[in-house]
Structures are given as C-alpha cells and as structure tokens.
Ligand binder design. Structure first.
Ligand SMILES: CC(C)(COP(=O)(O)OP(=O)(O)OC[C@H]1O[C@@H](n2cnc3c(N)ncnc32)[C@H](O)[C@@H]1OP(=O)(O)O)[C@@H](O)C(=O)NCCC(=O)NCCS
Length: 337
C-alpha cells in the first residue's frame, strides 16, 4: 500500500506545477531538485549556476532542471521593476530594487509574483525570517486574509498511534507567528483547518490548546494567558461558525476520550481533535518536536497558509526527502489556487 507521503507526491505529480528552489548553493537542495525532476513530482527552477551546483554536488544529474543565476539573468531587471512597484510606497528606490532583486530568496519570490513559477520553497540554508520576509513583502496575503501563518502536517508512525485514527494531525502555529493575539489565534485555527482539509484530506476538529481545560487553570493572578485562548475560542465561534472548534483544552483533554469525558464533558471536539492550535510559538515549536522525536511522527512543514501564492520555508535541519515533500505540498497548494 502506498504510504501517506507517497500519496502526497503522486497527487503533486499529477498537477505538473513548476516550483522554484532558491538555494542552488546547498547540496541537499540540488539533490532534491534532481530527485523531484526524476520522479516527475514538479518541474524545478533552481536558483544557482551549473558550476556552483556541480561544486556542492558533483555527481548529481541536473538534466531537466532549469538553472537561473540572478546575477547574470536577463530576468533580474524585470523582477527589480516588479519589486520597485510593489514596495515604492515603503521607501523602495529603483537602485535599491535592482540590488535587492539579485538576492536569491527575493528573486524567487519575485518569480512567483510574476507568475513565472507556481510555488516557492527555500530555507535549507537561510533563516525562517530571511526566507519568509520576501514573501511577506511582495506576495502578501490572499484576498480577505489578514494573517500569514503556518502549520505542520504530522504523520503517525507506520506502527500507528492509538489516538490518531486517520494517521494525520495538524499542529499550528509552530513556526511563524511568535505571540498571536486572540483574533490571530482564531484565524490560525481556521486556516489550519482548511490546510488539513485541502492537503491531508481530514475532516477538521480543532482544539484550542492551553494548560487549562474549560477554566480549570485560572492564571489571572499571574499572566492572564488562558484568557487569550478563551477569547480566541469565542472569536472563532463567532467568525467561523461552520468550523468544528472548541477549547480551551489541555492536550490530553483534546486528544484522549477518557480524559475528555472527565474534563470537558459535552464538547464535540474534546477527545476527538485532529487539528491542534497552540497558544504561541514557544508551545507549538516545542510540541511538534516532541511528537516528532519522542512520538515518531513525521512532521511535514512548516506549511505556510494565507499567502496569495504558495510559498514555503524549510527547516535548516532538513534532509533531501524533507525538501522533496515540501515541494510536493507546495505543488498541491498551487493546485488549490
Ligand atoms: C515571519 C517573521 C520573519 C516576520 O518578521 P517581521 O520582522 O515581522 O517582518 P517585517 O516586520 O519585516 O514585516 C515584513 C512585512 O510582512 C508583514 N507581516 C509580518 N508578519 C506577517 C504575518 N504573520 N502575516 C501577514 N503579514 C505579515 C508586515 O506587516 C510587513 O509588511 P509591510 O512591510 O508591507 O508593511 C517573524 O514573525 C519571525 O521571525 N517569526 C518566527 C520565525 C522563526 O524563527 N521560526 C522558528 C521556527 S521554524
């Protein structure tokens, strides 16, 4: 039987999308570009020169990959103009744009903005901030969306997990928004539910996580952090009435039916959740890594949601296979646009 990861790749291959990988200076990226091309998962534009790719990965076959070097490409002037037009109100000058367009991550984001590729993946050797800022600055949010956020699709180990019946959970926002407000948490919940539906084929049941379940942990005397999650639940119920969402829950109340029956009786999400929204990036980032390293889950992402066009960040600790998967997910997102 094909694994969940294979299904993602097969679905991506059927779409025939073109994805830009911005980091031809990184061996893992060059290897991933070759693997994606060979397996037909997407067409790849790789930013870098042939000489550079051969230097970092001498044995990799570059056949079928489009290589572009922003320093010599005739496209750079066109992209500089797009950047200038997009950012002139923010103080961008033509000469600054001409220089900035040569930056690989910015060049990739501008290719996406211009419609010359369908999706963007970078971050194997650039920080999350450097990877996402060009996207935030020029791709911007989708119409009707205020916030770009991120989620991980968490795939249960092959041996299974007694609480993860569909084999897939969604965790958010573990990578992008550092300290979301109550309204932003609600938006993250709605966006993550959509990603769960679109990419992971799940029927979302969203738990808003806390160290408190339904008012059990009153921290009003200290930091008032539970209050934020409670407000997020109220805001989400009002603004996304079709979303199956509840909280605030401790993780066990959200996940384990017996604990849910004790701590949150009557909730139609407690004990059944498959989308978990963490209260901030500290909790989320620690949480997904615990599931990955101790629980044996495979973490696919961070998958960005809310951009006008698909743009995704890699972890700097990623391996070639992670890059291949992120490209496949990006192609799926492009297929939904
Ligand atoms: C994503 C991140 C880089 C944004 O950084 P930032 O310093 O807020 O970015 P800037 O202030 O330069 O903002 C750039 C633009 O993006 C917009 N923006 C920033 N965050 C946004 C968001 N979540 N959604 C929508 N727009 C956003 C800003 O409004 C700004 O727009 P403008 O320049 O057109 O006015 C930052 O939130 C971050 O570092 N997050 C944590 C990433 C991380 O380290 N993760 C680790 C685990 S993987």
């Amino acid at each position: 039987m094909a694994s969940y990861l294979d299904i993602i790749k097969q679905k991506a291959a059927a779409l025939g999308k073109t994805i830009v990988l911005c980091e031809g200076e990184d061996k893992r990226v060059v290897e991933a570009a070759a693997q994606i091309t060979k397996e037909g998962i997407a067409k790849i534009v790789l930013i870098g020169s042939e000489e550079e790719c051969k230097r970092v990965s001498p044995d990799t076959d570059l056949t079928g990959i489009t290589l572009i070097d922003p320093v010599t490409s005739e496209l750079t002037a066109k992209y500089a103009n797009i950047l200038y037009e997009a950012r002139k109100d923010k103080g961008m000058t033509e000469s600054l744009a001409a220089e900035a367009a040569k930056d690989r991550t910015m060049f990739g984001a501008l290719m996406l903005k211009a419609g010359d590729v369908d999706g963007y993946v970078s971050g194997a050797c650039h920080s999350t901030a450097n990877t996402l800022r060009p996207g935030l600055q020029v791709i911007k949010t989708a119409p009707g969306t205020k916030l770009v956020s991120s989620c991980f699709i968490m795939i249960a180990p092959e041996s299974g997990n007694e609480y993860c019946k569909d084999g897939v959970f969604v965790f958010a926002d573990c990578a992008l928004n550092i300290a979301p407000t109550a309204e932003q948490l609600a938006d993250i919940a709605a966006a993550s539910a959509e990603t769960g539906k679109a990419i992971a084929d799940i029927e979302p049941k969203v738990a808003m996580l806390s160290f408190s379940t339904k008012g059990s942990g009153n921290d009003a005397k200290y930091y008032n952090t539970v209050d934020k999650v409670q407000k997020a639940v109220a805001y989400a119920k009002e603004n996304y009435p079709d979303l199956k969402l509840d909280g605030e829950f401790q993780f066990d109340a959200a996940l384990v039916p017996k604990v849910a029956a004790l701590k949150a009786p009557g909730s139609d999400v407690a004990g059944k959740a498959n989308v978990f929204v963490f209260p901030d990036i500290n909790a989320g980032n620690v949480g997904y890594k615990i599931a990955e390293r101790l629980g044996g889950f495979v973490a696919v992402g961070p998958i960005c949601q809310g951009f006008a066009k698909p743009l995704n960040d890699l972890s700097r600790g990623c391996c070639t296979e992670d890059i291949v998967l992120t490209v496949a997910v990006t192609a799926l997102q492009a297929g939904k646009k």
